[in-house]
Design a protein around this ligand. Structure first.
Ligand code: NAD
Ligand code: WQD
Length: 341
């Protein structure tokens, strides 16, 4: 049985990926410093799957600790989720973002080389396409000019991986560019658990719906889109997690560097998301229209043909599924994992 190491695996996407990897028959080892997560997520992954996960509390920048983990486990592939991801915070604390995100990557590459682990899959982002590429985004487009330090860390880390693979023909890399993950596992046991005021749309909507926040502000209604609000390629986190399983299957059989968009290829506007959420769940989401948020692009979405062709992956879940599962998670866990810590 192959063992996959999830760096930052207790987080939102990592925990969902752990479920799908375990269901597919992989062994899973997770390390996380819980800077934005809770070990409870992994306990619940174990409950959902009936399988166990080897869990380490560790900072991925700590080479000595990483070596201990690599010594204790025969790792076949790494998935690198460990990063800080709040765009606004990255503008205020750029050095913290560069330090954390770049250093986790460098430590992983160093320790992988020492232990001859040859496969790494990286959580990249559609944000690397920057401001000026036309939509839909294609993997063959140049990385663009990013609008914030978070985005730059992703662009820089992609470059680091490409350079490392160029210098070492034994190193295989898959860069997964996620679009906008939302939703939760249908059990309602794991989901997105932001700390403080959510930055992203869906957690904000669910917190308004559950009564934790008064109303949603929709940022801008004068964009050049059919209803004037921004459009994004929202992807169900379970579809995204299954994309990681396909990427693991692929990297264990192929060498080199590949980049994949993971999205649906179908954008929805903010207003469409709010309306769908209200209709699917039968709950109101009080909202008002406000000013544009700095740095937001009017519209972006994926061309996901490459993932279908090479990985045999495409999304299966609908916007309805995303809205229902996000709400199910929020309703069952109004305080996220906090009551369970
Ligand atoms: P998350 O914050 O839920 O998960 C990231 C995990 O990494 C957290 O559990 C956090 O505690 C951990 N972590 C951070 N720094 C660490 C360190 N130095 N050592 C150990 N653990 C550390 O975020 P997520 O939404 O699951 O995102 C996972 C990855 O995907 C991130 O790299 C993120 O940038 C990327 N990504 C996310 C989105 C999104 O919208 N959620 C979109 C594109 C890319
Ligand atoms: C979606 C839409 C907002 C909140 C970010 C990162 C991106 C990726 C995914 C990591 C936008 C609107 C939001 C609110 C609103 N992450 N909105 N009111 O900005 O598309 O992408 O997360 O890599 O890199 O930039 O996602 O969920 O913040 O916003 O109107 O209270 O919802 O303007 O149009 P975004 P988001």
């Amino acid at each position: 049985m192959k063992t996959i190491f999830l760096a930052g695996g207790a987080g939102y996407i990592g925990s969902h990926t752990a479920v799908e990897l375990l269901n597919a028959g992989y062994e899973v080892v997770v390390a996380d410093n819980y800077s934005n997560s809770s070990p409870e997520a992994i306990r619940r992954v174990e409950q959902i799957t009936g399988k166990s996960v080897k869990l380490y509390e560790a900072d991925i920048r700590d080479n000595a600790k990483l070596k201990e983990i690599f010594r204790e486990n025969k790792i076949d592939a790494v998935i690198h989720f460990a990063g800080l991801k709040a765009v606004g915070e990255s503008v205020k604390k750029p050095v913290m973002y560069y330090r954390n995100n770049i250093d986790t990557t460098l430590s992983l590459l160093e320790v992988m080389a020492e232990f001859d682990v040859r496969n790494i899959i990286f959580s990249s982002s559609a944000t690397v396409y920057g401001e000026s590429n036309p939509v839909p985004y294609l993997e063959t487009m140049q990385r663009g000019v990013c609008t914030n330090p978070y985005g730059w860390t992703k662009a820089m880390m992609e470059q680091i991986f490409e350079d490392a693979a160029k210098a070492d023909e034994n190193l295989s890399v898959i860069l997964l560019r996620y679009f906008n993950p939302i939703g939760a596992h249908p059990s309602g046991m794991i989901g997105e658990d932001p700390r403080g005021i959510p930055n992203n749309l869906m957690p904000y909507i669910t917190q308004v719906a559950v009564g934790k926040r008064d109303h949603l502000t929709i940022f801008g209604k004068d964009y050049p889109t059919p209803d004037g609000t921004c459009m994004r390629d929202y992807i169900h986190v379970v579809d995204l997690a299954k994309g990681h399983v396909k990427a693991v299957d692929y990297i264990l059989e192929h060498s080199g560097v590949e980049v994949f968009n993971l999205g649906t290829g179908r954008p929805y506007s903010v207003t469409e998301i709010v309306n769908a959420f209200e209709q699917v769940n039968g709950v109101p989401v009080p909202h008002e229209y406000g000013a544009r948020r700095e740095g937001d692009l009017p519209q972006f979405f994926a061309n996901a043909d490459k993932a279908l062709k090479l990985l045999g992956w495409k999304t299966e879940l609908s916007l309805e599924d995303m809205c229902r599962d996000s709400w199910n998670w929020q309703k069952k866990n109004p305080n996220g994992y906090r009551n369970s810590d």
